[in-house]
Design a protein around this ligand. Structure first.
Ligand code: FUB
Length: 332
């Protein structure tokens, strides 16, 4: 068992996106609170309204600074509710926060807000990213400066409403009933993939149609919908020794898994489980190198006694062998 640290016992936060800016480590989480909404399969209990940013300079022991609210749903003209996962990327001294929220029709999109400093304040764009849908953006800047966003999540994240980036006709009927099992692939069918799109030079729009992120088994064939290790939500990308590590949550089977490819679009070959299921329904993470060591940021529901909509941030060292294979960990 790897020793982990609860990062912010003062409040409930989840979905940590960790990034290093100007030599300091910044964490961009979702901000959980008890809205009184009941648990449902569409994530109606996750009624987050704002984002904070936390920072520190010693991951396992350092004091965590809360820089306060960096964006509130009331500031975003197009967003009504449910400010879910977000992530931040830097380009030419500006910071771009990409986040997911529901519009006034109950449909998730991705939005962008821009700041001059990693701790904000972030000023939102008036409209969501054109052609964006679903949830859980991860923004990745490659060594050549190109920026990619990975996104998508099943059930409450609405990914099952879309095929080839178009809303399926059936989805327009009663959209608030987001999760209907009939909309999901099953058995030997291809699973619903995460999506990836390169961003425009101004980091405000997709520069191309989103592409599917295909995960191959060791046999070279795509994982099947019935595979407990197929993608569900919580995309993350990191790069090590020229290899692209795509990691993700398997949602209803509760693992964090990873797959490796040789370019940002994939395909990626499935490698294994990073983290065994934690206490709480969701599991969501980020992986980052800081001061020469690699870390896994994640969350669980131990402090809230398994109240799945009240999650707590954690971090632990990432266990890896010399060839870059990530070991399966248990969060203590
Ligand atoms: O925080 C709300 C949702 O729960 C996220 O978007 C998912 O990844 C899951 O962690």
């Amino acid at each position: 068992m790897a020793k982990s640290r609860y990062l912010f016992p003062k409040d409930y936060m989840a979905d940590p996106s960790a990034n290093v800016f100007n030599g300091r480590l910044y964490i961009y989480p979702s901000h959980d609170w008890d809205s009184g909404e009941c648990f449902d399969d569409d994530g109606g209990h996750f009624q987050m309204r704002d984002y904070h940013v936390l920072s520190l300079d010693d991951v396992m022991n350092g004091e965590v600074t809360d820089h306060g609210v960096i964006l509130d749903v009331d500031q975003v003209p197009w967003a009504e509710k449910q400010m879910w996962d977000n992530d931040v990327v830097e380009k030419n001294g500006k910071y771009y926060l990409i986040f997911s929220a529901k519009d006034y029709n109950g449909v998730f999109h991705l939005g962008v807000a821009v700041a001059d400093r990693p701790e904000g304040p972030f000023i939102p764009q008036p409209d969501p990213i054109r052609g964006s849908y679903s949830i859980d953006p991860c923004v990745f800047k490659d060594d050549d400066g190109q920026i990619y966003v990975y996104f998508g999540g099943i059930w409450g994240g609405q990914l099952q409403w879309y095929r080839d980036n178009k809303l399926k006709p059936a989805a327009s009927v009663g959209q608030e009933a987001a999760f209907r099992p009939t909309m999901l692939p099953e058995g030997d069918e291809d699973p619903l993939p995460s999506r990836v799109a390169r961003m425009t030079d101004d980091v405000l729009q997709f520069a191309e149609e989103p592409r599917p992120v295909v995960i191959l088994g060791k046999d070279g064939k795509p994982l099947k919908a019935k595979d407990p290790h197929r993608f569900f939500e919580a995309s993350w990308m990191h790069k090590l020794n020229g290899k692209y590590y795509f990691s993700y949550s398997t949602g209803d089977t509760h693992f964090l898994c990873y797959a490796v490819g040789d370019n940002p679009y994939g395909p990626f070959t499935y490698q294994g489980v990073i983290l065994e299921p934690v206490v709480g329904w969701t599991t969501h993470h980020s992986i980052v190198e800081y001061k020469g060591k690699w870390y896994l940021f994640h969350h669980d529901c131990v402090p809230s006694n398994d109240t799945t909509w009240l999650r707590s941030l954690k971090v632990m060292p990432l266990e890896m062998d010399e060839e870059g294979h990530i070991k399966t960990m248990v969060s203590e």
